[in-house]
Design a protein around this ligand. Structure first.
Ligand code: AMP
Length: 429
């Protein structure tokens, strides 16, 4: 199938060929015709599959044909993170290069004065993160009565970050007549539930996780004994001559700062990227990374989506991600534009459960490797055996004790998860 099938306006076709795209990706083949037909669409597609162009290209086509003179925004695109919002903005600029489209991006971390100015002008497309969008709506700086298309990108992440109540308020402020497009890495029950709430008879499109198709990304796994062992391995790989640029993912912002400090002293061109940094310094860091002035970025999951730098050769999971789908997003930062990429994961004995979740989610086993001279001790290497069920009956008091313990564990886990998602949320917005 070629892009000609979609019969796009000449200016859009010109932008597609300037971008160097020869043929549409799977998600583009399936989504573009449905969006042009003005259907609601629920699509599962990972980042890296070309999903941004899958909705931006047909939206631009619809905007060209829409002759209504309204203040807008005619299209509202909601993204969970500032980084993704900025990537979508860049894509719109690229694909709308030969047409006249007014777009604006409003996210946390940018001055209200500037954003109020942007919103005072007629707008075709508004790209926004939920918190700031709702804030400005409450201040009556924005109305959605002219909105004809609404896109919820990375809906699964919005759910994880606790943004759905904000989205609901924004959706309720629209006429609800608009075409709704929802993209998500997964279509599990909770995502399907919110889709039922926001979408009308959607066309469901499911693209298998690209993980197995990512033949240009070599995935490997190294068992480690402890933090010191992780650092030794990391330093070994960072001096690899095939490494051009790399992202190292850590579990926490503090860990990202600490590791950056340690590696900075070891003379690596390195910088941290996480939610405690001001928007200005985040943007500056990403731009320096894009220009290859920074070789290694140490980041939290803030960077797992939305960073599109073609020369990243290595992604390190210094700590495994808490959510299995983030593994796919993280490794998708390398091997872009058909280049070869390496995704290396360090797994300590406490990471085993995360590893199991990732392998269950991706339906594949990651290849275990060792570096000569840096082997893990036997106990770290060995997969812990599943605890055998005790066939003999527990005494009643022992059973009660076990139930109580499990309930306590569950409470602790829930509390930790709430704190984590609050932390992540404050990091993002
Ligand atoms: P996304 O999934 O939107 O993050 O896009 C991932 C990458 O794929 C970006 O670098 C896009 O420029 C690129 N891309 C999008 N569509 C195509 C296409 N049809 N052919 C080749 N590359 C594409």
């Amino acid at each position: 199938m070629s892009f000609d099938t979609f019969k796009f306006t000449a200016e859009i076709n010109k932008a597609i060929s300037e971008a160097g795209y020869k043929e549409p990706t799977e998600i583009q083949k399936k989504s573009i015709p449905e969006i042009i037909k003005k259907n609601d669409v629920l699509a599962s597609a990972q980042t890296g599959t070309g999903k941004t162009a899958a909705f931006v290209l047909p939206i631009l086509e619809l905007l060209i044909k829409d002759k209504d003179k309204v203040k807008g925004p005619r299209v509202l695109i909601v993204s969970p993170t500032r980084e993704l919002a900025s990537q979508i903005t860049d894509s719109i600029k690229k694909y709308a290069y030969f047409i006249h489209i007014n777009s604006a991006t409003i996210t946390g971390g940018i001055s209200y004065k500037l954003q109020n100015k942007l919103l005072s002008k007629p707008l075709d497309i508004l790209i926004a993160t939920p918190g700031r969008l709702l804030d400005l709506f409450k201040q009556r700086k924005i109305k959605f009565k002219d909105t004809k298309i609404m896109v919820l990108d990375e809906a699964d992440k919005m759910l994880d970050m606790g943004f759905i109540p904000d989205i609901r308020k924004i959706y309720n402020a629209t006429s609800k007549q608009q075409q709704m497009l929802m993209f998500s890495a997964t279509l599990d029950n909770s995502v399907s539930k919110i889709a039922t709430e926001f979408l009308k008879n959607p066309i469901t499109i499911s693209i298998e996780p690209e993980i197995k198709g990512h033949i240009n990304i070599e995935q490997s796994l190294y068992f480690v004994d402890n933090q010191f062992h992780k650092q030794q391995l990391l330093k070994h790989f960072l001096t690899d001559t095939s490494l051009n640029q790399a992202i190292i993912f850590t579990a926490t912002k503090r860990q990202a700062d600490k590791l950056t400090d340690d590696l900075y002293h070891a003379d690596f061109k390195i910088a941290a990227l996480h939610g405690d940094m001001s928007q200005g310094s985040r943007t500056k860091t990403i731009n320096r990374f894009k220009r290859n002035q920074i070789k290694v970025l140490v980041a939290t999951d803030l960077a797992s989506r939305g960073i599109d730098v073609k020369d990243i050769t290595h992604v390190f999971n210094y700590d495994l991600p808490r959510f299995a789908e983030d593994y796919i997003h993280r490794i998708g930062r390398t091997g872009r534009a058909n280049k070869k990429g390496h995704a290396l994961s360090f797994v300590s004995p406490t990471d085993r459960e995360h590893l199991r979740k990732i392998e269950r989610f991706t339906k594949m086993k990651i290849l275990v490797k060792v570096v000569p001279g840096m082997k893990p001790t036997k106990s770290s290497e060995k997969q812990p055996e599943k605890r055998k069920k005790n066939k003999g009956s527990f005494s009643k008091s022992r059973k009660n004790f076990r139930n109580k313990l499990n309930a306590q564990k569950r409470m602790k886990k829930n509390k930790k998860r709430t704190n984590q998602s609050e932390d992540a949320r404050s990091a993002i917005e």
